[in-house]
Design a protein around this ligand. Structure first.
Ligand code: SF4
Length: 219
């Protein structure tokens, strides 16, 4: 590795997955992808969901909205949130992650749970979410938590209703299999990418570099 301490996270692995060039530019040259304005409603919803979970955590209970989805199973919220996890590998690369929640399964296994807000229900799990959960599972394992290689995605979607009674939301809880090894493979790929002195090729699916190339050919 270069004589620099790199600090990677699940979102940087997803940047690499999206486009090795953008990843390399960010970490080697400190050139960030331009950000676009985010809808603040997602942040507000996320904060409310976390506060709601926190209220039940202190009572040692599952939030009722979640309990309905897992009835009959031995699942608990971790008593104190495992919010920030990290490990440092043998080459000095720091890997960090911040979990929304973690569940304890059968009194011994830990599983990450992440809140997602969406306009409508979905059957599919986006590859970015899959990699994020793989990375959280890896972080749990590296920090000594026993896992069962499963994670939970809590999708909150609005539904129609009497808005004066509060904005109604549905929760779709998806249990997915995780692969900490897949996250580790991405970390290894990230390290290889960062070793390269040459700028990697741009993602063929992103339109921006294609736009700039076409522009420079035209002008
Ligand atoms: S192709 Fe897109 S994602 Fe990749 S470097 Fe260009 S702008 Fe960034």
């Amino acid at each position: 590795m270069k004589d620099i301490t790199y600090r990677l996270s699940p979102s940087s692995l997803n940047l690499l997955r999206d486009c090795p060039r953008c990843f390399w530019l960010k970490y080697r040259l400190k050139i960030d992808r331009p950000s676009s304005p985010l809808a603040s409603i997602a942040t507000g919803l996320d904060l409310n969901i976390k506060n709601y979970f926190g209220k039940y955590r202190v009572k040692g209970l599952l939030p009722p909205i979640l309990e309905k989805k897992v009835s009959g199973r031995n699942l608990k919220l971790v008593p104190r949130p495992i919010s920030f996890l990290k490990f440092i590998d043998e080459e000095g690369v720091v890997f960090v992650g911040k979990l929304d929640e973690a569940l304890i399964l059968d009194d011994k296994f830990y599983a990450p749970l992440d809140h997602k807000t969406r306009a409508s229900p979905t059957q599919n799990v986006h590859q970015a979410y899959q990699l994020q959960m793989d990375a959280y599972d890896l972080l749990l394992e590296k920090n000594g938590y026993k896992t069962k290689n499963v994670a939970f995605l809590a999708y909150f979607t609005p539904r129609s209703g009497e808005l004066h009674l509060g904005f109604p939301f549905d929760l779709d809880l998806k249990e997915i299999k995780t692969s900490p090894q897949r996250a580790q493979d991405f970390i290894n790929k990230a390290k290889d990418t960062l070793l390269s002195e040459d700028i990697p090729v741009a993602s063929p699916t992103c339109q921006f570099c294609g736009y700039i190339n076409r522009l420079s050919e035209t002008l």
